[in-house]
Design a protein around this ligand. Structure first.
Ligand code: UD1
Length: 421
């Protein structure tokens, strides 16, 4: 078997220093999709340098945008973008490519996309996206693995989501800003990245209100202007580094964060015995490796403001070293425990049954050869490897590169012994 990229970590070193947390992946992707709606060049600052952002830029290029990556900002000029097809290879690379559907429809009234791919953590259907768009006047037909989507003109509609899907909320927002009339989304997702998308769209001249609550109202506009915008920081990357400190021990200051958006992760790690001091836009976490503390009972993933599903895997890895038993319930995706088999190779004691994982804390984890099989599961292996005795080799590290900017450098700067093979 040839692995594209592997991370080698010699664990057991406490982490000390400062992390300037990257911009949010889950803001960058919908905001890059939104830039397609502008009449001129948009500049998006604080974009993370990760492979998912590069895939989003490839999609924009394939649609005819002029794009430029410069340090931590990306400029997008969609003035001559007349494409309406997202090729199967790009759709398969990441699930969020489906978010481009709303913008392409708003711009071209015609889009052709294949069904999205991405991390294999569950079936991940797009029925909520499609039924909402059909209420807005979009007709769908399927042929040769592609979905052909056409509208004679998007019109405002009342959309009641049966689940507060992040992607469906974003797709409706992206199409409704250029629709004729008013759209109301009920049971909308409340994630901070939805508020960020509203911020970007309104900076372009859109009329969106209510993001962060269950009801979002969008009044359609004929045109949207170019804008320069700075996206929020990545609460999942921040939370992952918190779990790494919790498990490996040490003292780390996280900068460029929103403490409020991290509340559920902070609460669990405090219960597990970590010290967390919060300041305006930074936070210090200290831990002696969690072995002396009790774990925090039942942890259940929920839509925001609940504990995020994306934090589940790194948190399970940290809880492997907490004293006592932690019960973990994954309520959002049905197939998120693939990495557990790899943690077992490292000496963890975890039983899974469907959406439930029961973790009995151990005193030590041991380095082993393991394989990442999705982005956050890969991050869990990094957390475990940093705390483990001896060397861990994580194969398929390209999954981790989808969401964590220069993870080797960030962790080396904290004193970890980590390198790419
Ligand atoms: C987004 C995030 C992802 C996070 C997830 C949940 C981005 C780029 N990705 O993904 O990191 O894990 O939110 O917080 O922002 N569902 C349906 N039908 C649909 C759409 C979704 O049944 O049409 C189900 C999904 O299968 C899943 C649940 O709803 O069980 C949540 O999915 P959703 O909120 O849409 O997640 P994503 O937008 O894909």
């Amino acid at each position: 078997m040839i692995y594209l990229s592997s991370l080698i970590i010699d664990g057991g070193v406490p982490l000390c220093g400062v992390v300037h947390v990257q911009g949010a992946k889950n803001s960058a992707l919908p905001i890059l999709a939104a830039s397609l709606l502008a009449d001129g060049e948009c500049i998006i600052e604080n974009c993370p340098d990760i492979s998912d952002t590069h895939t989003a830029v490839e999609i924009l290029d394939s649609l005819g945008c002029r794009t430029e990556l410069c340090g931590d900002y990306i400029s997008v000029n969609p003035q001559y973008a007349d494409g309406f097809v997202i090729h199967d290879t790009l759709m398969r690379k990441m699930r969020s490519s489906i978010i481009f559907l709303g913008s392409i429809l708003a711009r071209r009234h015609h889009a052709r996309v294949s069904f999205p791919g991405g991390c294999d953590i569950g079936t991940r259907p797009i029925d909520l996206h499609l039924s909402a768009l059909s209420k807005m006047g979009v007709e769908f037909s399927e042929s040769h693995g592609y979905l052909d989507c056409r509208t004679r003109g998007l019109k405002g509609a009342d959309i009641n989501l049966t689940f507060p899907s992040v992607g469906a909320t974003e797709n409706v927002m992206l199409s409704a800003v250029r629709a004729d009339g008013t759209t109301t989304i009920r049971n909308a997702a409340k994630e901070p990245e939805i508020i960020d998308l509203q911020g970007f769209l309104n900076a372009m001249g859109a009329d969106v209100s209510g993001a962060g609550t269950g009801t979002i109202v969008i009044r359609g506009r004929k045109s949207l202007g170019p804008v320069r915008y700075r996206i929020i920081s990545d609460r999942i990357a921040a939370g992952t580094y918190m779990c790494a400190v919790a498990a490996a021990g040490g003292s780390v200051l996280l900068k460029n964060i929103d403490c409020g958006a991290l509340w559920s992760t902070t609460a669990i790690l405090r219960d597990a015995g970590c010290t967390v001091e919060e300041h305006a836009d930074m936070l210090r976490i200290e831990s002696d490796g969690m072995t002396q503390t009790d774990s925090s009972g039942v942890i259940r993933t929920m839509p925001y403001p609940g504990f995020p599903t994306d934090m589940g895997s790194p948190m399970v890895a940290a809880m492997c070293l907490a004293r006592g038993t932690t019960v973990f319930v994954e309520t959002i995706f049905e197939n998120r425990y693939k990495y557990v088999g790899e943690l077992l190779r490292m000496g963890a004691r975890i039983r899974t049954d469907g959406r439930v994982a029961v973790i009995d804390g151990v005193r030590r984890l041991y380095g082993a050869r393991v394989e990442a099989s999705d982005l956050r599961g890969g991050a869990a292996l990094v957390v475990a490897a940093l705390a483990a005795e001896g060397q861990t080799v994580i194969n398929n590290a390209e999954y981790i590169e989808r969401g964590y900017e220069h993870i080797d450098r960030v962790l080396s700067d904290l004193g970890a012994d980590i390198k790419y093979a």
